[in-house]
Design a protein around this ligand. Structure first.
Ligand SMILES: [Zn+2]
Length: 150
């Protein structure tokens, strides 16, 4: 992110930054030729959006916040990112189990979405009182929920 002094056609230099602690970021830029100063003020959401994209505003000191966590989670593809129910495939504490064929098929789902896909099938089965998820159930869920490719 750069600012240009239109009158002088010079790139303004970063001068100072204030981080009041509520996520608001104020940065000032100064034209080295005419001395004109302008300030950039962002609200917490904008500040986080900018920093989450890896953009540095005059040297990075913006604290890590949730949006960045989400981005990291997506890029690293944690297997259990969407699996809030723990281990459900063996029926521990749950009425839904998976047949061996269904588990084998689940294994072919890309790692980074597997937890989410698994939860979708479990929710589907629970809503219909299905106790065991089989490839046939997965086919039904896929066509009913429009999950072709999962
Ligand atoms: Zn200027």
């Amino acid at each position: 992110m750069k600012f240009l002094c239109v009158d002088c056609d010079r790139q303004m230099t970063f001068e100072e930054r204030a981080l009041p602690g509520d996520g608001t970021l104020a940065a000032t830029f100064k034209c080295p030729k005419c001395g004109r100063v302008m300030a950039l003020l962002t609200n917490p959401m904008e500040t986080q959006l900018v920093s989450s994209l890896g953009v540095e505003i005059g040297g990075r000191t913006v604290p890590t916040q949730p949006l960045e966590t989400v981005r990291k989670m997506v890029t690293t593809g944690r297997n259990d990112a969407f699996d809030h129910e723990g281990s459900t495939e063996h029926g521990a504490g749950s009425r839904t189990s998976w047949s061996a064929e269904a588990l084998a098929r689940l294994d072919r789902v890309p790692n980074f979405v597997r937890g989410m896909v698994k939860k979708i099938y479990i929710d589907y089965a629970r809503e219909r009182g299905i106790s065991e998820i089989t490839p046939a159930i997965m086919d039904c869920a896929r066509s009913e929920l429009g999950l072709e490719g999962m």
